[in-house]
Write a protein that binds this ligand. Sequence first.
Ligand code: PHE
Length: 464
Amino acid sequence: MTRDRWTSRLGFVLAAAGSAIGLGNLWKFPYITWDNNGGAFVLVYLLCILAVGLPIMIAEILVGRMTQKSPVGALREALGPAWSLVGGLGVFTGFVILSYYTVIAGWTLRYFVVCLGWSFNGFVSAESSSEVFGTFVSDGPLQTLLVILFMAATMAVVLKGVGGGIEKVARVLMPALFGILLLLLVSALSMKGAGQALRFIFVPDFSGFQPRGALEGLGQAFFSLSLGMGAMITYGSYLGPRESVVRSATLVVILDTMIAVLAAVIMFSVIFSVPGMQEQIGKSTVGMLFITLPQLFYTAVPFGVLLAPLFYVLVAFAALTSTISLLEVVCSYFIDERKYTRRKAVTVCGLGTLVGSILCALSFGSSQFLSSFSLVYRGAAYAKRGLFEHMDYVASNWFLSVGGFFITLGVGWIMTRRTSEGELVDETTPRWFNYGAWRVLVRYVAPAAVAIIIAAVVSGKDFS
Ligand code: PHE
């Protein structure tokens, strides 16, 4: 049987960008930027992307394309038998992230419908936006229904395979996403808070910047670029041998970073346009996307009645192309290593993950136990409560950094120079690419940076 392939490089870039662009960009990045006081953090984040994110992205796609295998087999073949454990951790991480990611993804469906209602019937402010949110997330049956819907959509796409499913969907959803974002951007930039938002994001002020912001930026770079768990190895394994790794990796990184920054520009333009909003947000930064924004769309944004539902469609699209890649990582292991048919793999992995998703969906108040149990952690993580928070904590802090650490170490130190240079440098390689610089980054800079994160996590810091 021949391996399923992308039909073109554009197809790969759109699918990989689809994996990277998701809730990490639209939900996490703006609030982390907010928490870390803007400009200085954004600058540090860009540095993390350049010095660590891009080199590891290149390393992962390289391993995938070279071996034409999913993470477990790919790392075994490229680096040695023991490295399949790193691939195994990646597959497990895919399962964990997918379990809790679908919950937030499901919320976007609900908010699309709610906003549509508000657009037609007027914004109902009898209940405050945070009350609406609180009632909604603790509604067990509704939460369950939403994750089932989202998982079903994800399974339906992955079932159709790489070229015929994942790529086809990315080719439609990604341009739609860019279009909607552009519309929102134009509207946001016309608001009176735009200037202040741009200054907040692009003028670095290091006076209040804390070193933990740098680590948070690095952790965010991993999550946002889908690195450290083999998603890019998997997608790279469906590339033909003649497609440039460096060119594609760079495009994906640029797209992902651009969308994160634009999302922040849009949200902060809206927020800064409403007097008093800044102080109010202070309290609930995580809720920015679902508590602050919906209300502002109807009170402050020009054409808000049109843009509000569109905005949640955008977030849903972004989330879907990410859940697709998470499920594909898990399925590809069973297809490649256990010889499952795609249908069987999608059924088993999809339904298996759905169990985890439903439990996470109930951990926002509908189940007392699932929402509040604590585990014994040290330091800041001690405050984590409930299944959702624990899952996000272990995946974002531990699994992605440990996985990423070993991938960069292996590609930097175990893979020979001849092999990696042979894979990366040929007539398709862009002229600006400097193999020696890349090698220094994957051998020294990236492992050192990730080791610092791991040390911080071990000592009790929390970056999720
Ligand atoms: N990168 C995705 C986002 O930003 C999340 C993700 C992480 C997807 C890891 C796949 C693998 O939302």
